[in-house]
Write a protein that binds this ligand. Structure first.
Ligand code: MSP
Length: 507
């Protein structure tokens, strides 16, 4: 048992959320809930990134003040969190006055330490990325799409001495092979660090951008939005008891914001401030729609709320956790979502729970019988449990679920093979029937506990049907061997967990 502090990226409040945002929150939430289930005291942050040029421009286009605009959009992300049952402790908003004051304090500290200096610079500037870029970034003579419009600009600005920390950072990455997961992402960072690091421009003149945090030492400038946004992880790290939880144990982010933001800027900022580095970064891939990244700018976005409305939050959470292997890209299609809803949820898990509860009702007057449990099934359950724990420990949620579903599938086969409806016809088979029903009851309880981080409501509904309290923690500590027998427990009525739904008409 210990403490565990994790964060998601904070989403730009320049439009509503899409599947990619929802995925990241669910992934972090599953990790948070799993850590709570092993007894950890978890602190979990998510939120919205509300300053910068992108927001200012989108607000102008929408004919709103930036403040009204971010209030509305942030509310959409907060609503998404509610709908997805995200169990965060604090919702970050970078327009929060406490955050603004702390960021200013840090800027002043770095300035006083001589780590921020002023200089004139002329170069190419990416409006979308809100940063200067160099011709090295061009591919075949054109700017890659991620930079959007690129213009020539000359201005005096403030710079943070990133270059001072390159050596320290490289040594840290080399010394901690698991600092960035998956490992191939760490290799990208090491390659990036092979080149000399330029200093980072951390200011924007107010004339060009007013929607930001003013530099405490020069009112003519606001700070670069990434400087403000990255700081959130530490400025909001104070928990309900007033304890400062920094450093984070885990930052969950997408692959597009690893280099340079999270792997370079953020650790260098922390080194400059004399603060410890986050313990680990988990970098997920992109949801794509027919091979292209789903994003607001390309318009090929999937609205998570419409899927939640139709299938429920748990089905959504299950699908995104099962379909995407953490770290890799995945393609989203409604047909695949629907297929998994029917096959994995309806026909496998739902069917297993339904037949177990129905048969205990029908053959044993709703009371789980005293029985000698099936050895092979207990063995299979133990194997599933070990695989699940090991995969969850390394954040490989899709494989953890795969292990559970293999077991659920096996449990359904066990029902088919033992044919309890035949056993029930002859009282001479009472012991055999008890063994099947008792074995199924513990199989269902195991699945109920293990799916809880991914499908919290479903776990609660299974608990009601099985007549046991929903587990509030320490699943692993209780352990499979020592968990009490379920004999004598009165089960509830069998209710379908995943009712049939027609596939949505794509038109
Ligand atoms: N505001 C910055 C992050 C600042 S963190 C200090 C930002 N915002 S974002 O809204 O563009 O993205 C937020 C998160 O959503 C990122 O981790 C990003 O990788 C993730 N996703 C955005 N689109 C995505 C997909 N299509 N698929 C999966 N996740 C992606 O970047």
């Amino acid at each position: 048992m210990g403490t565990f502090f994790l964060t998601t990226a904070i989403d730009y409040a320049n439009a509503g959320p899409h599947l990619g945002h929802a995925y990241e929150k669910v992934l972090a939430d599953v990790i948070a809930r799993h850590r709570r289930s092993v007894g950890d005291d978890v602190f979990f942050l998510t939120g919205t990134d509300e300053h910068g040029q992108k927001i200012q421009q989108s607000a102008e286009r929408a004919g709103r003040s930036p403040r009204e605009f971010v209030n509305e959009n942030s509310a959409l992300f907060q609503d998404l969190c509610r709908r997805l049952e995200i169990s965060h402790n604090r919702f970050v908003r970078t327009t929060d006055p406490g955050h603004v004051a702390k960021v200013q304090g840090w800027l002043q500290q770095l300035f006083d330490a001589g780590l921020i200096y002023k200089a004139e610079y002329e170069g190419f500037y990416s409006v979308r990325q809100e940063q200067f870029v160099t011709e090295k970034e061009m591919v075949d003579g054109v700017w890659p799409e991620i930079y959007g419009e690129v213009v020539r600009l000359s201005e005096a600005n403030y710079y943070f001495k990133l270059s001072e920390f390159a050596g320290k950072l490289k040594a840290h990455v080399e010394k901690h092979p698991d600092w960035i997961l998956p490992r191939f992402r760490r290799d990208d960072v090491l390659r990036f660090l092979d080149r000399p690091l330029g200093d980072l421009c951390i200011s924007r003149p107010v004339a060009r951008l007013s929607w930001g945090i003013p530099l405490p030492f020069d009112a003519g400038y606001v700070t670069y939005v990434w400087f403000d946004a990255l700081a959130n992880y530490a400025t909001f790290a104070t928990d309900e008891q007033g304890m400062d939880r920094w450093p984070a144990d885990l930052h969950v982010i997408g692959k597009d914001i690893l280099i340079p933001a999270h792997a370079i800027y953020w650790p260098c900022m922390l080194l400059g401030l004399g603060l410890p580095l986050p313990r680990q970064l988990l970098v997920h891939g992109w949801w794509q729609s027919e091979g292209a990244k789903m994003s607001k700018s390309t318009g090929n976005v999937v609205d998570p709320l419409s899927l939640i409305d139709r299938y429920g939050a748990d089905a959504f959470r299950y699908f995104v956790m099962r379909e995407m292997h953490v770290g890799y890209d995945a393609d989203f299609t409604v047909a695949q979502f629907h297929a998994r809803y029917q096959a994995d949820l309806g026909n496998t898990l739902g069917n297993l729970v339904n037949r177990t509860i129905s048969m205990i009702n029908r053959y044993r007057e709703a009371v789980i019988p005293e029985a000698q449990l099936d050895g092979a099934m207990l063995q299979a359950r133990q194997e599933a449990f070990l695989e699940y724990e090991s995969r969850m420990g390394s954040f490989e949620v899709s494989f953890a679920l795969e292990a559970l579903w293999k077991f659920a599938y096996r449990a359904n086969q066990y029902v088919d093979q033992t044919a309890p409806w035949k056993l029930a016809k002859d009282p001479a088979n009472a012991d055999a029937l008890n063994a099947v029903l008792g074995t199924l009851a513990v199989a269902v309880r195991f699945l109920m506990d293990a799916i809880a981080p991914v499908m919290p409501s479903t776990a609660g509904r299974i608990a009601l049907q099985l007549g046991v309290p929903a587990r509030t923690g320490s699943f692993v500590l209780v352990g499979l061997e020592t968990e009490g027998s379920l004999a004598g427990t009165k089960v509830g009525a069998a209710e379908p967990l995943f009712p049939r739904i027609e596939l949505a008409d794509p038109s």
